[in-house]
Design a protein around this ligand. Structure first.
Ligand code: MD3
Ligand code: FE
Length: 216
């Protein structure tokens, strides 16, 4: 008798297809953690995580930072990509080589060759933080994919359709998982349910998400 694969989502090396052009590469980043975590600490030291305001006047529950030539920012005037960190007045730190290689290789593993991101948005979720359903549409060219790397505490990702009212499926994302989406799935609504309380053994009580984009 075979055991049902109750924990298939935790099995590193598996690919889960979420749509025609959307994949989750389970554990793809795990073998690279020794390079990724120090690189992340270096970015935090230059551009610390901060809570930005939405154009509607709300404070986002996820804190963010960026690396790369362009960084995603939000304030009362709107959402935009900027070459300057508004807190420091200086450029965002560059995308570390280990980040760029991971993004390029994950995109290729999902069928998107030669991905060269110029922006990496870094979200930090503490217990209770969430991201409501939205589309990523501040980038200039929707032809490039987006690559997302999950670190630390697990979260439930909501994967919807092209309209906000489309039913969303729930997909758990764990430490080391990499999601890649582009093509026909590029403008699907998505979000993150409120983060739980159980700390991650390596990163503690937080979830970090890197999203690599071609913004300019
Ligand atoms: C979208 N971040 O920063 S990325 C964002 O985990 C953002 O911090 C979330 O949405 C986060 O804009 C989610 C994960 C993800 C994975 C697969 C997708 C987003 C997706 C497939 C299609 C569309
Ligand atoms: Fe998004």
């Amino acid at each position: 008798m075979t055991t049902p694969d109750l924990f298939g989502d935790l099995d590193p090396g598996r690919r889960t297809r979420l749509g025609p052009d959307a994949w989750v590469l389970r554990g793809f980043a795990l073998p690279r953690m020794d390079a990724l975590l120090p690189a992340l600490a270096g970015i935090e030291a230059i551009s610390p995580f901060r809570h930005m305001k939405t154009p509607g006047g709300f404070v986002m529950s996820a804190a963010l930072s960026n690396c790369g030539a362009l960084g995603w920012t939000s304030d009362r005037r709107g959402y935009r990509y900027s070459p300057i960190d508004p807190e420091s007045g200086l450029p965002w730190p560059p995308i570390p080589e280990a980040f760029a290689r991971l993004a390029r290789e994950a995109a290729a593993a999902a069928g998107f060759e030669d991905f060269a991101p110029d922006a990496c948005l870094i979200n930090r979720y503490l217990p209770g933080a969430r991201m409501s359903l939205h589309q990523d549409r501040n980038e200039r060219d929707f032809g490039a994919p987006i690559v997302s790397v999950s670190l630390g505490m697990s979260a439930v990702f909501l994967f919807g359709g092209p309209a906000r009212s489309d039913k969303a499926v729930r997909v758990p994302l764990h430490h080391g998982d990499v999601a890649v989406w582009g093509g026909t799935d590029r403008l699907r609504y998505h979000g993150i349910l409120p983060l739980g309380e159980r700390p991650h053994p390596l990163l503690g009580a937080r979830r970090i998400n890197l999203t690599f984009r071609k913004a300019g």
